[in-house]
Design a protein around this ligand. Structure first.
Ligand code: SAH
Ligand code: SF4
Ligand code: F3S
Length: 441
């Protein structure tokens, strides 16, 4: 049978990257091979993100460009998966007649079956049921040698932060059973993977509803104990309200666990945090940071911040600026508040004008750029362990990798290869990257 070509475009977060890998694996079993050339594709999948309006718009403009391809090749199948697919469902098929398939966030395991059905019956299909099957959730594993891998340990979210669409498009929080996760992690290790990132919207609450009982830290320890020993273990994202003392201690006790936490704060104002339904105060957040630094003084901290949440006053924003000053984050992801369908915040009246949101974002990013630069400059002269990921895309002839604290390092070296752990002497720093030279023992 002739091999068919599959082109996948992924938008959004690491969870979507992971889902795309699964879809590729499932379709490879059905005689599809992945292509990087969209013009040669027999099946195009857009795995989409709906976190902010801009993210959703990006998907529609991309889809618009596919129309021409379909006109040229009527046999081409075009599918949309992920969070926009879940959110819009059948409406997408009605609005865009050249679309063949809509598959929601729980339906990716049905993809081969759905594609077969379209090929047989020749009509559009939409599958957006929330029917995540825990048993069949095992990732078949990447078919090429990779240095770093993602591993989803849960699906969905129960937090319902008032601005956030995720609980609606990913469904309720479900933890994957421990044996599934260990099997998948073991497969990755056997494949030579050096670094695993555990994925979930709120990994700290992992284990809810599982028997026998287990905490997220318990799971981390089991993964760290698997043979052959893992070099690096990371996780995203942890919610400050659930960051336990047990997990904080793990940064000292579990060797592969990297010294980095992404701990989204969203706002430095307790009043806004309450309106966001985040369930912690500014003071509680600051004390978690202090506890983390107590246990692990060099831990890198990154965060997410939203500016211009409905009702955010200048005083609230000043508190966010002050929190950034106090915490000294290594890096932040910052966003202007964006109205999302179905969310509670969408219904609030006191929306912040676009120009105010833009001005606040610019101010916040300028402050953080300085902080990140100073933090990185303080690393100049230190020798840091770097996991080599391959040639740098930006600087010809250089290699790139990351430190345990997740900082990007570019360096020149001809003798090391992808996947090696090397010590690099840091010689220069910008707000986003470090530059150095490999130290040979
Ligand atoms: N589960 C993670 C993050 C999910 S989304 C957590 O709880 O932290 C990633 C980030 O997008 C969020 O942390 C938040 O900063 C941002 N975000 C989510 N909804 C948003 C919205 N409606 N407008 C602007 N930013 C948003
Ligand atoms: Fe969204 Fe909040 Fe859940 Fe994160 S914890 S996914 S921000 S609802
Ligand atoms: Fe986007 Fe869905 Fe992830 S909305 S951020 S792709 S969970």
């Amino acid at each position: 049978m002739k091999q068919r070509q599959l082109y996948v475009e992924t938008f959004g977060c690491q969870m979507n990257d992971y889902d795309s890998e699964i879809m590729v694996c499932l379709m490879e079993d059905k005689n599809y091979v992945q292509t990087q050339n969209i013009n040669q594709a027999d099946l195009i999948l857009l795995n989409t993100c709906s976190i902010r309006e801009k993210a959703e718009q990006k998907v529609y403009s991309y889809l618009g460009r596919l129309r021409g391809l379909k006109e040229k090749n009527p046999d081409l199948l075009i599918g949309i998966t992920g969070c926009v697919a879940q959110q819009q469902g059948k409406k997408l098929l009605n609005d865009l007649p050249y679309l063949d398939l809509v598959v929601g966030t729980h339906g990716i395991y049905r993809l081969p079956q759905l594609v077969e059905e379209i090929n047989k019956k020749g009509h559009q299909i939409c599958w957006t049921n929330f029917d995540y099957k825990l048993n069949n959730a095992t990732h078949p594993g990447p078919n090429q040698i990779i240095v770093k891998a993602n591993l989803a340990i849960m699906q969905g979210c129960d937090n319902f932060c008032t601005y956030c669409v995720v609980p609606y498009v990913r469904g309720r929080e479900i933890s994957r059973p421990v044996p599934d996760i260990l099997e998948e992690a073991g497969g990755l290790l056997a494949n030579g993977v050096k670094e695993i990132t555990l994925l979930g919207q709120n990994v700290n609450s992992y284990g809810r509803g599982l028997e026998p009982k287990i905490t997220f830290t318990g799971l981390i320890k089991k993964i760290a104990d698997l043979p052959p020993a893992l070099s690096r273990l990371r996780f995203v994202t942890s919610h400050p309200k659930d960051l336990s003392v047990e997990l904080i201690r793990a940064f000292d006790e579990v060797k592969p666990l990297c010294e980095h936490v992404h701990l989204p704060v969203q706002s430095g104002s307790t009043r806004i945090l309450k309106a966001m339904h985040r369930k912690y105060t500014r003071e509680e957040y600051l004390s978690k940071v202090a506890e983390l630094r107590d246990v692990c003084p060099d831990i890198a901290l990154t965060t997410d911040v939203i500016v211009g949440f409905p009702g955010e006053t200048q005083a609230d924003f000043d508190q966010t600026m002050d929190l950034l000053d106090r915490v000294n984050f290594d890096g932040i992801f910052s966003f202007k508040y964006s109205d999302r369908p179905m969310t509670q915040a969408m219904k609030l009246r006191n929306k912040i004008p676009e120009e105010v949101k833009s001005a606040r974002l610019t101010e916040l990013q300028a402050l953080q750029k300085n902080i990140s630069l100073k933090k990185n400059q303080a690393l100049v002269g230190q020798e840091l362990e770097v996991l080599v990921e391959g040639p740098s895309k930006r600087i010809a002839g250089q290699l790139t990798g990351r430190t345990r604290t997740n900082k990007i390092v570019n360096f020149a070296c001809e003798t090391v290869s992808r996947g090696s752990l090397v010590n690099v002497l840091i010689e220069a720093a910008s707000a986003n990257t470090l530059r150095g030279t490999v130290r040979h023992e």
